[in-house]
Design a protein around this ligand. Sequence first.
Ligand code: SAM
Length: 204
Amino acid sequence: MPKKRWIEKRITDPYYVRSKREGYSSRAAFKLEEMKKFHVFRGARVIIDLCSSPGSWIEVLTRETDAEFILGIDLKKIRVGESEHVHFLQGDVTDETLIPQILEKLPRLADLVLSDCSQKTSGVKATDHARQMFLAECSLEIALNCLRPGGIFVTKVFQGDLLQDFVSRLKDSFFSVKRFKPRASLKSSAEMYVLGFGKKAVRS
Ligand SMILES: C[S@@+](CC[C@H](N)C(=O)[O-])C[C@H]1O[C@@H](n2cnc3c(N)ncnc32)[C@H](O)[C@@H]1O
């Protein structure tokens, strides 16, 4: 798409306009806002937000939850400042040494682990799908180690061959699993979210 058309499309996008009006760092805020209907915020006091930059999900969480401890993690620094409740760890979700670093920061196991990871797409559907599913797998591994029994996990995925197997494995570790495509997620994009409710104490 030519640059001029891309910019026009973006600045007239209703979610982009709303994000500016409502003071969010990005339009991604509305994807999380829509998930409120699944009660993902209920009882969420300790929250991990993987791939949190620029920080609009953290902004939603500070506005909409009673969270005492939000830990944002990303390769890039977040734009929202750290505070008594908001903490940040610069790191790579694919790095196995991240899990002990997270556990060291948390006051206790998390009630909610969110993951909105994405990287630059190549345009090759199968490659982009596989790369996205790897980020989702790494996020799941973090959730399995850092979430309390009964906790909730939300992750971005791309539709494609590997999704069904990922969902099946999520079912081993969570009592119920849901797929969800928010309205704010572009129809043309393969992006959607998978939600795992009620982490099992022991994998089945
Ligand atoms: C769509 S943005 C997240 C938007 C965020 N939820 C918000 O509301 O502002 C995707 C983020 O994933 C991060 N990311 C991609 N790969 C990562 C990795 N391996 N480890 C940590 N962060 C990563 C990028 O740096 C980028 O900030």
